[in-house]
Design a protein around this ligand. Structure first.
Ligand SMILES: CC/C=C\CC(=O)SCCNC(=O)CCNC(=O)[C@H](O)C(C)(C)COP(=O)(O)OP(=O)(O)OC[C@H]1O[C@@H](n2cnc3c(N)ncnc32)[C@H](O)[C@@H]1OP(=O)(O)O
Length: 723
């Protein structure tokens, strides 16, 4: 049994014991169930303490069991038994009480917790609802409003706040088991039915239908396309609408429906993918197990633009002092204004108090003297994308900084070696690619160069976690993984325009799929001048002319629309016109007939016949081209597992988690179909290199292998006979 039963001073102590987080697998549930029945039967036992081993109570149901049909008592069976017990039962909580863990605690007559505890119902984040009575009992403990908030967001609640909300009865200090025993013995003479949550009514103010409607509207706009938040609202509202038993039975039905839904399966995949990618390894053999991160107690950022300012903010809000360097006082002052404004916004959103924000700001040391970086542990260079400039900076940093300092470059496309070779410490040079806006976006693409050491990688992977990002390790190539995959995706969007579609049709198709924002809206946000400059630079390097009227560029298909929009002075949102027009800086995109005319004229002048392109074709061309690129990336060993690509798209480009990421999506469609379509488009559009089928995709399309093994096949760790 995975729950220990001991007796101390006439109190039965049931300790959940399932490493690492005491997940409530069927054996653990059986252990608790047997334990409480044994305690109830034994006349020498006066009370029960339920707690967890290894410093944590319980992180909820065992998510891995949801794919199978494991048996054993359900959480509500445990709960029904406790509800009828005369002997008091207390949940003595340390660490976490999440999901089913909190539900078990809510079935206990009392809950005590250490101050450091966090409780919550995070099921919605894996496409579920609390299926062990949580939607029916939490509202009885804390009222409808709080329960709706906790259950629909999945956010963790710190112990003291939970105590104020009525979820925790007492905050304690010291040994949690001793405290539990002391507490529960003081309750032996109290009638347990008086404290049993089943007997309580749900508190709320106002009209129940109005509350339900408001909550529905909120979750539908906040979690667009996701089913679980809607079902969570329904079930929590049921707690006030239905008798207790009916509410519990209905919750169970909802839980089973969600558990089998494609959205929850994808989100459960994403949960484990996010953890799998922390087990990184370098081609040289270094890996997460053997490499030790160096401490980062002080840091520096070069470049106080929007990117650099945002990175500095990430560091100081995580408690890492930062020296922010700019080339002159005017740029520095401007950068500081950006940091201040973002800090203010954080205060307005309630994420930091004014005091905390002030304290953070004192950790920022602005300077125009790069020499001030000499003693910091780590520097992140965030100047604009110019190899010559970056090399100059790295050469200087190498001279100035102490020998242990790690030098990071926030490049979005340049090879790490091309920058690292400007130094004599290539093992300490690494790419740290942040995504705009750098303070908000969670992805941190860490890129190793040929000589980057495992210790350096370990340091930036740990730093990523410290500054609350999701760090993913990738190899170096033009654009790395994120932007390399984005390229064919965006190019296909533009080709669809010249073949007959419009920016708003393409964007609507993407948003209907679940993307929060369309391709052309993103392009307007970043600025069309960026796309134009990248192309102009590529042309310059190749020594050719960039011609807006040529259908070919560098031997490949070309769409000159960006050049034409740029020439027409359409820079994107910043000047109110790009692929769309905007009435203000915060305004919504409005379809602009001028752009429609410009596209039509472009087609006329080049003799491109326009046709109706269906949404399926738009989606397929954008996604399959990018998925094919993903397989090439795996094939080249730039990622070691397909999960890395999915996490990059979820956190870098807000791919809907309930679709699991592009590689997971491909696995659901079937690689055979994807491969056939890639071949078809390759034949149809022979001048787009991105349609050349990946040989790994070709191989994998012939066999049925789980996604978790694709990386192994790519790198020869798994040999498949048929291949
Ligand atoms: C019966 C129906 C009733 C209820 C439904 C549920 O309860 S659904 C589950 C609800 N609970 C959760 O969603 C919590 C998930 N876990 C977490 O959020 C974090 O793991 C946690 C507890 C905050 C700890 O975070 P930390 O960063 O410290 O560790 P990490 O996330 O890396 O996890 C460590 C390993 O534990 C595995 N794990 C965590 N939770 C579960 C779980 N509920 N079931 C199964 N496994 C879990 C996690 O995968 C890590 O292992 P690894 O081998 O690295 O994958």
């Amino acid at each position: 049994m995975m729950a220990d039963y001991t007796v101390r001073d006439q109190v039965a102590v049931i300790e959940l014991d399932n490493p690492p987080v005491n997940a409530l697998g069927s054996a653990v549930r059986a252990g608790i169930y047997d334990g409480i029945r044994k305690a109830d039967r034994d006349p020498n036992i006066k009370a029960v303490v339920i707690c967890g081993k290894r410093g944590t109570f319980c992180a909820g149901a065992d998510i891995r069991e949801f794919d199978g049909g494991k048996n054993g008592p359900w959480i509500t069976d445990i709960g029904d038994f406790i509800d009828n017990m005369k002997k008091p039962v207390v949940a003595a909580i340390e660490g976490f009480a999440l999901g089913g863990g909190l539900e078990v605690a809510l079935f206990c007559h009392y809950r005590i917790a250490l101050k450091t505890v966090r409780v919550g119902q995070p099921e919605v984040q894996i496409g579920l609802l609390p299926g062990g009575g949580g939607t029916i009992r939490l509202p009885r403990a804390t009222g409808l409003k709080n329960a709706l908030d906790i259950i629909t967001t999945g956010n963790h609640v710190p112990a003291e706040k939970a105590a104020k909300m009525g979820i925790i009865d007492q905050i304690v200090t010291g040994d949690i088991i001793e405290e539990g025993i002391k507490f529960v013995k003081s309750k032996c003479n109290i009638d347990t039915s008086l404290v049993c949550l089943r007997m309580k009514t749900v508190k709320y103010s106002g009209d129940l239908d109005d509350i339900s409607e408001a909550a529905m509207t909120k979750v539908k706009s906040k979690f667009k396309g996701a089913i679980a938040p809607i079902v969570c609202v329904k079930s929590v509202i049921n707690s006030a609408k239905m008798p207790y038993e009916k509410g519990i039975d209905t919750e169970k039905e909802h839980f089973q429906d969600l558990r089998h839904s494609s959205q929850s399966k994808a989100m459960r995949y994403a949960f484990f993918a996010e953890r799998a990618i922390t087990r990184w390894q370098l081609p040289s053999g270094g890996n997460y197990k053997t490499a030790k991160p160096l401490p980062v107690k002080t840091s520096g950022v070069i470049g106080a633009g929007t990117m650099g300012g945002g990175i500095a903010l990430c560091l100081i809000t995580s408690g890492i002092p930062c020296i922010l360097v700019e080339q002159n006082q005017q740029f520095l002052d401007k950068g500081l204004e950006i940091v201040k404004a973002q800090l203010m916004r954080t205060v307005q959103l309630g994420k930091l108090s004014t005091e905390q924000a002030k304290k953070c700001f004192t950790m920022l040391k602005p300077t125009t003297n790069i020499e001030d970086l000499k003693n910091v542990d780590l520097v992140i260079e965030a100047v604009y994308e110019d190899l010559k400039l970056k090399r100059e900076i790295f050469e200087k940093l190498d001279r100035i900084c102490k020998s242990e300092t790690i030098l990071c470059t926030n490049t979005s496309s340049l090879h790490i070696d091309s920058i690292a070779t400007a130094t004599k410490r290539q093992s300490k040079v690494v790419g740290t690619h942040f995504f705009a806006p750098s303070y908000i976006m969670k992805l941190l693409e860490n890129i190793y160069g040929t000589k980057t050491s495992a210790e350096t990688v370990a340091t930036v992977m740990k730093l990523g976690k410290t500054i609350k990002k999701v760090p993913v390790l990738v190899g170096s190539c033009t654009g790395f993984v994120a932007n390399r995959m984005l390229k064919p995706y965006s190019e296909e969007a533009q080709y669809c325009l010249e073949e007959g579609s419009t920016p708003s049709i393409v964007d609507t198709v993407l948003m209907d799929f679940g993307m929060p924002i369309g391709n052309f809206q993103v392009s307007d946000l970043s600025g069309l001048d960026i796309g134009f400059r990248i192309k102009r630079e590529a042309a310059r390097k190749a020594g050719v002319e960039l011609s807006k009227n040529s259908r070919f560029f560098l031997g490949q298909r070309n769409c000159g629309l960006i050049e034409k929009l740029y020439e027409a002075g359409r820079m994107g949102k910043k000047n109110g016109k790009g692929w769309y027009k905007y009435e203000s800086l915060n305004g919504k995109p409005i379809v602009d007939p001028e752009v429609t005319m410009l596209i039509e004229e472009h087609c006329r002048s080049l003799g491109i016949e326009r046709r109706n392109i269906g949404s399926q074709e738009i989606l397929e061309r954008m996604q399959y081209a990018m998925i094919n690129e993903g397989f090439k990336i795996l094939e080249e060993g730039l990622c070691t597992m397909a999960e890395e690509i999915d996490v990059i798209w979820i956190y870098g480009f807000s791919w809907p988690k309930y679709m699991g990421g592009p590689m997971y999506y491909a696995s659901q469609i079937g690689l055979k179909k994807i491969y056939e379509k890639v071949c078809y488009y390759h034949k149809t559009f022979p001048y787009s290199m991105h349609w050349v089928p990946s040989s790994l995709l070709a191989k994998l399309s012939q066999i049925d292998l789980p996604l978790s093994e694709w990386g192994d096949v790519a790198q020869g760790r798994k040999l498949v006979n048929k291949l």
